[in-house]
Write a protein that binds this ligand. Structure first.
Ligand code: NAD
Ligand code: UD1
Length: 336
């Protein structure tokens, strides 16, 4: 299939492009490079030895996107493009609503006009809010505690409404848990701007001594060691999940929703220990106050994705730590 990958120069997009090319799909990347570098696209080309059509374009630009739809004639769309920082979304909510929602509306309008009937959307476990029961199944109650999460919830509803009046479309809503790690080549990985918000890029920047120590946000949660528990999934496993989801769409399945997680939760301290083992020294950390809005525990029930699309994570925590560290070590300044 010929797939439009929006946000394909970003963290999850780059890894997914590799999996798609290896599965013999043809890809075209559209990214406005607001949170990525063109170098990332060159690295995908290097890994796959494939020339990749790339458009630097804002997905919210209807006319610009229409030109691309006319030229390329897609069979499917994977929509990664979006703003993703929770704290930033609290500071500039309108930009989050405008970017994340308008980009999706433009794509759906064009998908309808040009009969591109396969659509995969990057949702997040954040749509489960503070989960009442664990592990989290796809039919758990949904809620949002910040503007970023609300964009994901709104877009999921928009997709449901769109599907109701366009039932010949096939739509996969993928709810990612916590992607970490990097491609084993060490050529692509997560390259956050400024000081990372998320745990793992922070840990690896402490490990290369760019940052002095990790602040562990709270050790008084009702968990095994008091620190927050998350379902960390290797980004290459997550990427493979998109290929499996596209295969499912080919069967004319309608609208489907899958958790993409491992089903196992690790605490912040367990993550620190796993990284300390891989880097060969103790990662320095201090316990500080809880981060506002954080929940204690979040991990997936991955059964539905396994039963319906054959998705099962292959990489373990040690692999994730090894590959994240390999990327960080080889690219101390990211793609610069
Ligand atoms: P990322 O920031 O690395 O990638 C997103 C890409 O989209 C970037 O390259 C950015 O330049 C591009 N982009 C943003 N707005 C755009 C626009 N209007 N037009 C064109 N390009 C645009 O983020 P990521 O971690 O790869 O996440 C990809 C998707 O997965 C996002 O939608 C994110 O919300 C979602 N998600 C991410 C995580 C995570 O932990 N990384 C978890 C759950 C869901
Ligand atoms: C966060 C977002 C989530 C988003 C995801 C990916 C919040 C509340 N949630 O998930 O919506 O989809 O990122 O972008 O921001 N931690 C520390 N010290 C740090 C950083 C994190 O102790 O410096 C802890 C957190 O308290 C948490 C765990 O590490 O327990 C994971 O945090 P993080 O990597 O930011 O992911 P989430 O909060 O799960």
């Amino acid at each position: 299939m010929k797939i439009l990958v929006t946000g394909g120069a970003g963290y999850i997009g780059t890894h997914t492009c590799i999996e798609l090319i290896q599965a013999n799909d043809e890809i075209v990347i559209v990214d406005n490079l607001s949170n990525a570098k063109y170098e990332a696209v060159k690295r995908i080309e290097q890994i796959t030895e494939t020339k990749i059509p790339f458009y630097q374009m804002d997905v919210c630009n209807y006319n610009g996107m229409e030109q691309i739809f006319k030229e390329e004639k897609f069979d499917g769309i994977i929509h990664f493009a979006g703003l993703k920082s929770v704290p930033e979304s609290v500071k500039i909510p309108l930009q989050y609503y405008a970017n994340n929602i308008n980009s999706t509306l433009v794509l759906l309008e064009l998908a309808k006009k040009y009969h591109v009937k396969n659509f995969v959307f990057s949702s997040s476990a954040t749509v489960y809010g503070n989960p009442q029961t664990l592990p989290i199944t796809e039919d758990s109650p949904l809620s949002a505690t910040n503007p970023y999460g609300r964009t994901k919830l709104f877009i999921e509803s928009i997709l449901q409404d769109f599907y109701t009046c366009n039932p010949t479309f096939n739509i996969a809503i993928l709810r990612y848990f916590n992607p970490i790690g990097a491609h084993p080549s060490g050529l692509i990985g997560e390259d956050p701007n400024g000081i990372p918000n998320n745990l793992v890029p922070y840990v690896t920047q402490v490990a290369i001594k760019k940052l002095p120590y990790l602040k562990v946000n709270g050790n008084d949660y009702p968990t095994k060691d008091g620190t927050g528990i998350r379902d960390y999934i290797h980004v290459c496993d997550l990427a493979r999940g998109h290929v499996l989801a596209l295969n499912k769409l080919k069967t004319n399945c309608g609208l489907v929703i899958y958790n993409l997680g491992t089903g196992t939760g690790y605490s912040v301290l367990e993550i620190i220990h796993a990284f300390s083992k891989v880097v060969g020294f103790d990662i320095p950390y201090q316990i500080v106050a809880r981060r506002p809005g954080d929940i204690a525990t979040c991990y997936a029930d991955p059964t539905k994705a396994y039963q319906e699309i054959g998705f099962k994570a292959k990489y373990n925590l040690n692999d994730m730590a090894r590959d994240a560290w390999n990327w960080q070590k080889k690219n101390p300044k990211g793609y610069e």
